[in-house]
Write a protein of this length. Structure first.
Lengths: 126, 708
């Protein structure tokens, strides 16, 4: 599978997840990753860098993933960026709810760090 | 000469009178009278004209010389006579007309007489029992005739004699008629009629007496009431009765006691019960003439009465027993009702509360008057009211139902209650509904806390687990630098156990979600073959690593299930089978449709007896059975049930050695139960096990499978 260089923004309050996901994407696909530790920071970085895709954690303090996603959708600079949610909720019903909001994909935790890029490619049809 | 003539006439009168009076037959009297009178007077015609109550009359007898017209049976209704005409005869008038052409009579009267060619006539009234019976009429048709005084006198005397004879004949006729009526009644009476003479001997024995007792009149006439006829012990009763009537004691009467019932013998020797009614007839001097007895066979009635008494007695006994049993049962139920720790209501079929036990008042805080005669739904929250109403019709149809509802106490506190509804019918067919309501608020609160705890903990576990799992996987690739041999071994251990921990957390979450009902098992039409293929594909790699041959025989049939959960179930079973197989072993997944005919069960106990009379109905019950067969170590008999419990592996070391979570089979069972099916295992130690999953199939799906 041809893996063209992509810019991915990871928004997660857990530093560890940021680190694992970043390394995972870099090792598997050599993608360029930028990270944010909160929803607000993530929106800012998205406006500035306009990444190819955003990996967004659902459970975050202050502004959770859903709130952040809604803001991104309302923002003319970011609304076209595909968003993939990272969640510990593995139930189909939960995932359906997320998809109904308009997210491009859902990846459940714990994800497979060896195939994370492949999952994103599959979800986004790259 | 005159004297001689007079004597002759007197003799003649005596002769004729004798002839008239000799008979008591009306017809004969009339016949004799007209014949003798005509001869005596040498008249052309003599008739007896009977006058009816309405004043009209009929010629009832006639003696006429040949050649003259007959008037017999002629009805004379002639208005020209008038009412005074008969009245004058009643007063004894005699009409003497020597020549009708010269007599002072009305023209119509004359016309009537001419019709019968009458030239002269003589009319004498016949009075019988002080009433005008009719007229004795003599006609001379040939010529007018001057009637002689002696002839008129003679006729008057004969008319008197005829009147007397007629009165006697009528009396006799009346008597005969009365006698015949009496005889008719006696012979047709349902009672035996027996007449005893003054010496107490039978002198009349009716046909019914013969029918009842068997003896003919010839057998019994002249016999007295004795042992041949009346049971020895009852003789005194009969005699006493007669004594009471007559005052004439029977020679051997004893033990006087008023009773009209005796036992009598029939000719064949059979003893029958008879009821007697007797009366005595005395002459003017007070002497006993006869005793009339009427008897009725009341054996059947007596037997029926005895049987009825016996029945009554038995019935009373049964009622007593039943009442005692009922009282005991009622007492038991009342004690249970009063002492039960749960709230108990009795409702009518309109959901109106009829009775409550003390617990309801104690716990809910309502007074009895706030509950009784009020609908039970008022005690539930609006949401539960809807749920209750929805199930109510079903409850009446099915006979019982169980439901969790929200109950509002008097103080407004909402309790979660588990309500068990049972439709009951009392022996009178009245239907009521028994509701046992248990407060499960505490349990529900605990369950909620547990669910929330597990959910939060699991979610919280997943985040650090993701980091650990992800980083170890990346490390294990070796792309981040080489490790020493020991270091690599430690990393492998960390890798495997992180995998296990991930599975464990997933399983705990799955189980909690299914148990708490959070996970909706959305079912859809799916193909059993597809499910089997998915499951074997997912397990192919594991089987390969364990050097186990995985065989699958997919069955093409549609079923109504949640495909993800069914694949998870089959995967879990296959995974277990592979894990516990020795290298070189075989694991087989197969499926089949099982059709069995089941007798239709009737839940209602009341209709149990009806079942015996109706044709047994059977329904085809179809199940889809999945089977996972392995050649592993097998499961001991005492563990066949418990392996489906959480963390209940056969050997405690299994989890560690085989990397299982101890939750796989518990999840499988939950999933299968949510599909209305069942799961079980059969096993032979050292030979292997076979896990079965049976899912119910609806009929139309089976039809489809057959068609396909």
């Amino acid at each position: 599978m041809a893996m063209a260089e992509k810019h991915i923004l990871i928004i997660d309050d857990e530093q560890a997840i940021q680190a694992v996901a970043s390394l995972s994407l870099k090792m598997e696909a050599n993608w360029h990753v930028i990270t944010a530790s909160s929803g607000a920071q993530g929106i800012q970085l998205a406006e500035q860098n306009h990444p190819h895709a955003i990996l967004l954690d659902v459970m975050m303090p202050i502004m959770d993933g859903i709130g952040t996603f809604k803001k991104l959708q309302q923002n003319p600079q970011t609304f076209s960026i595909p968003v993939i949610l990272l969640t510990a909720k593995a139930q189909a019903a939960d995932q359906e709810e997320f998809y109904n909001l308009g997210v491009a994909g859902v990846i459940t935790k714990p994800f497979n760090s060896l195939t994370l890029a492949s999952q994103i490619i599959q979800l986004l049809g790259w | 000469m005159n004297l001689e003539k007079h004597n002759q006439r007197m003799q003649l009168l005596a002769d004729v009178t004798y002839k008239i009076r000799q008979s008591l037959d009306l017809h004969e009297i009339l016949q004799t009278t007209v014949t003798e009178v005509r001869q005596l007077l040498d008249a052309d015609r003599v008739v007896m004209f009977q006058i009816h109550a309405d004043g009209a009359g009929t010629v009832v007898q006639e003696a006429v010389l040949p050649g003259w017209s007959e008037s017999i049976h002629q009805n004379i209704v002639d208005t020209c006579f008038g009412p005074s005409f008969l009245e004058s005869y009643r007063q004894g008038r005699v009409s003497v007309i020597n020549d009708i052409e010269k007599a002072p009579i009305t023209p119509c009267h004359a016309e009537l007489l001419r019709k019968f060619e009458v030239k002269a006539n003589l009319v004498i009234p016949i009075v019988s029992q002080d009433k005008l019976w009719g007229l004795l009429i003599a006609h001379q048709c040939s010529t007018p005739r001057e009637w002689q005084v002696f002839e008129v006198d003679l006729l008057k005397q004969l008319a008197d004699q005829a009147g007397i004879a007629l009165a006697q004949a009528k009396l006799l006729s009346d008597l005969n008629q009365a006698h015949q009526q009496l005889r008719f009644h006696v012979e047709n009476s349902p009672l035996a009629v027996i007449e005893w003479n003054h010496a107490c001997q039978i002198q009349r024995w009716s046909a019914q007496a013969e029918r009842i007792f068997g003896w003919s009149a010839g057998d019994v006439l002249g016999r007295g009431p004795d042992h041949w006829f009346i049971h020895t012990d009852d003789l005194h009763l009969f005699r006493e009765q007669v004594l009471n009537l007559t005052g004439h004691p029977f020679p051997s009467h004893a033990n006087p006691k008023g009773d009209q019932l005796t036992r009598n013998y029939t000719k064949s020797g059979k003893l029958i019960d008879c009821e007697w009614y007797s009366s005595a007839l005395f002459d003017k001097e007070g002497n006993l003439v006869s005793i009339l007895s009427m008897a009725q066979d009341v054996s059947a009635r007596q037997q029926a009465e005895v049987a009825l008494q016996q029945l009554n007695h038995e019935l009373e006994q049964r009622v007593e027993q039943r009442t005692a049993a009922l009282q005991e049962s009622e007492q038991r139920f009342r004690s249970l009702f009063e002492a039960a720790p749960d709230c108990i209501y009795v409702l009518d079929t309109q959901s109106i509360i009829k009775h409550v036990n003390p617990v309801v008042i104690e716990r809910a805080g309502y007074s009895k008057s706030e509950l009784v005669d009020h609908p039970i739904v008022k005690l539930f929250t609006a949401k539960s009211q809807v749920l209750y109403q929805q199930q109510f019709t079903e409850l009446l149809a099915q006979g019982n139902h169980r439901q969790e509802l929200e109950f509002v106490g008097r103080n407004g506190k909402i309790l979660t209650v588990d309500c068990s509804f049972q439709v009951v019918k009392d022996p009178l067919g009245r239907t009521s509904i028994l509701v046992v309501q248990r407060d499960i608020s505490d349990r529900k609160a605990l369950e909620r806390i547990k669910d929330e705890f597990i959910s939060v903990v699991s979610h919280e576990l997943r985040t650090p687990l993701t980091s650990i799992h992800g980083s170890i996987k990346l490390l294990a690739t070796g792309q981040l630098g080489d490790l020493s041999e020991d270091g690599q071994q430690m990393l492998d251990i960390a890798d495997q156990n992180t995998d296990r921990l991930v599975r464990l957390v997933s399983d705990v979450l799955d189980l909690q979600r299914i148990e708490s009902g959070q996970a909706k098992i959305g079912k859809q039409l799916c193909d059993a073959a597809d499910l089997m293929s998915h499951a074997t594909a997912a397990m192919g790699s594991m089987a390969y690593h364990h050097k186990v041959t995985l065989k699958s025989t997919p069955l093409l049939t549609m079923l109504w299930a949640n495909p993800d959960y069914m694949v998870q179930t089959l995967t879990n079973l296959l995974s277990n089978a592979i894990k516990f197989s020795k290298p070189g072993g075989t694991v087989e997944l197969s499926a089949e449709l099982r059709i069995e005919e089941r007798r239709l069960q009737d839940s209602s106990e009341q209709e149990e007896h009806l079942q015996k009379t109706i044709v047994q109905q059977t329904v085809k019950h179809t199940e889809l059975w999945f089977q996972v067969l392995d050649q592993g170590q097998g499961i001991p008999a005492d563990k066949l049930e418990s392996v489906f419990e959480r963390f209940q592996q056969v050997d405690a070391s299994d989890a560690r050695e085989k990397g299982g979570t101890g939750l796989g089979l518990a999840i499988c069972r939950k999933i299968v139960e949510q599909h209305g099916g069942k799961i079980w295992v059969e096993s032979v130690l050292g030979k292997g096990s076979c896990f079965f999953v049976a899912l119910p199939m609806s009929c139309w799906l089976v039809d489809r499978a057959d068609a396909s």
